[in-house]
Design a protein around this ligand. Structure first.
Ligand code: LLP
Length: 435
């Protein structure tokens, strides 16, 4: 949990700036990222690979938080990205992100999306299903060009996480099934296609995973597949992509190993397994999203009303909620919060931190111990950087918050706060039909 940075006045700081000062300057609700933390996590991932002496790519899963500024930081750190829509791809284009370092994912890429990806010469398209192979073939034929591809397979491993966050189990909607021979059929189809340059295999078993075991099983499975394909089809993948999913600590109750420790174990498993199968060591790619941006992000709110139900409970309401962070309502996700100007204060009460949205389920934190607070105080929710802003909505026609990047004591607005005018920008008046 990211409460250990304080200034001499005992205020919580983010990137060297007091959180309450950020709130004053940029208003609330506000999303703030400590950019140094983002950079450090990418660097830690890279050094695990370098220490193990393997070729690699650290490909940031940008669904966790996509913005021009974010893509720029990833590029500055030598990271790759994965995108899952024309929108993410377009944002990366606007950021000037090198298209050769982009992987394009998704289980229902449209023809338009594939056309954009092909026209932009993205580094690799991760093929998910047979319909897509045909669609891509048509797009490539029309553009008279070729592209690098990978096959996403379903490794048949179910990770222990929220069911919405599981993706690797056999009945998943993603990827080619292994056991029924779908994956092998996809491989043969792609190998025959001169416009598709097959570079490797991909599997992603889920998100917010704490156990090493699932990753090790997936890694072994991928090497097994690579070795089978070499033996049966004479094709050897040059890349094994193990996806993302490394769990982070949201509350004191969580106790995951460090993200780079997951990766270290995966690399060692792949090395061992490749050597057991007499397979040349492929490059290893990872796709972390949450672990890169989650701990670097903070949601800042202003405390407003409170409701005490005598003898029962208290609700402390803030000026944001499920529109800027749907995760508590959608996944029962736990978070912790502190007062910006008294982050380490002795708690005097335990409250429900409630959002302002018109739903009983809009509770950001179920049980939060807090020191005494007043309306107007700034409350900071910790570790909100992944799947917070990126899943934000305009529910109740609330504008989405601003996002700031803070580094070395300087804050920069990277996404403007939506205005009321933004909310009706796409609306058209209705003229009743006259028949
Ligand atoms: N690669 C692929 C193919 C993925 O589908 C995902 C996440 C990742 C990488 C990155 O996983 P991460 O390292 O961030 O766990 N909205 C949910 C999470 C959905 C994850 C979807 N795929 C949440 O808020 O928990």
């Amino acid at each position: 949990l990211s409460i250990n940075q304080q200034n001499a006045a005992g205020q919580l700081t983010i990137g060297g700036v007091a959180a309450s000062q950020l709130a004053e300057e940029f208003q609330t609700p506000l999303v703030a990222y400590d950019v140094t933390k983002i950079r450090d996590q990418i660097r830690r991932f890279k050094s695990v690979f370098e220490d193990n002496g393997v070729s690699y790519a650290v490909s940031y899963a940008s669904k966790a938080f996509a913005a021009i500024a974010m893509y720029q930081v990833v590029d500055q750190e030598g990271g790759h990205i994965d995108v899952v829509s024309a929108g993410e791809l377009y944002t990366a284009m606007q950021a000037g992100f090198p298209m050769a370092n982009v992987s394009f994912h998704g289980n229902n890429k449209s023809r338009e999306e594939l056309e954009l990806a092909v026209a932009q010469h993205v580094g690799v398209i991760v093929l998910d299903n047979f319909h897509e192979i045909e669609l891509l073939d048509a797009v490539l034929a029309e553009a008279n060009t070729a592209v690098r591809v990978m096959l996403r397979i379903t490794p048949g491993i179910s990770a222990h996480t929220h069911e919405y966050d599981q993706t690797g189990q056999e009945d998943s909607k993603f990827g080619f099934d292994l056991n029924s021979g779908q994956a092998a059929r996809a491989l043969q189809t792609v190998l025959k296609n001169p416009r598709m340059n097959m570079i490797g295999i991909h599997a992603h078993i889920g998100s917010q995973i704490f156990e090493l075991n699932g990753f090790q099983m997936a890694a072994e499975k991928l090497v097994q597949v690579a070795s089978d394909w070499r033996d049966q089809y004479g094709y050897q993948p040059s890349v094994i992509n193990v996806g993302g999913g490394f769990g982070i600590r949201y509350t004191q109750a969580d106790d995951p190993i460090a993200p780079e420790a997951f990766v270290d174990a995966i690399i060692k498993t792949i090395k061992q397994s490749a050597s057991d199968h007499g397979l040349d060591l492929p490059a290893i790619w990872i796709e972390p999203g949450r672990s890169i941006v989650g701990p670097a992000g903070y949601n800042l709110y202003t405390i407003g009303s409170r409701k005490d139900v005598p003898g029962l409970t208290s609700y402390l309401t803030v000026d944001g909620g499920m529109g800027d962070n749907i995760r508590p309502a959608l996944y029962q996700a736990g978070y912790e919060a502190v007062l910006a100007d008294n982050p380490m204060g002795e708690p005097v009460e335990t409250v429900h931190v409630a959002g302002k949205y018109c739903e009983s389920g809009d509770i950001l934190i179920d049980q939060q111990p807090l020191p005494e607070s007043q309306p107007g105080d700034v409350l900071v929710m910790l570790d909100t950087g992944a799947y917070g802003y990126s899943m934000a909505s305009n529910y109740n026609r609330n504008p989405r918050p601003a996002v700031v990047f803070v580094e070395k004591g300087q804050a920069q607005l990277v996404i403007k706060r939506e205005t009321l005018a933004d909310l009706t920008r796409l609306d058209q008046p209705y003229r009743p039909s006259t028949d």
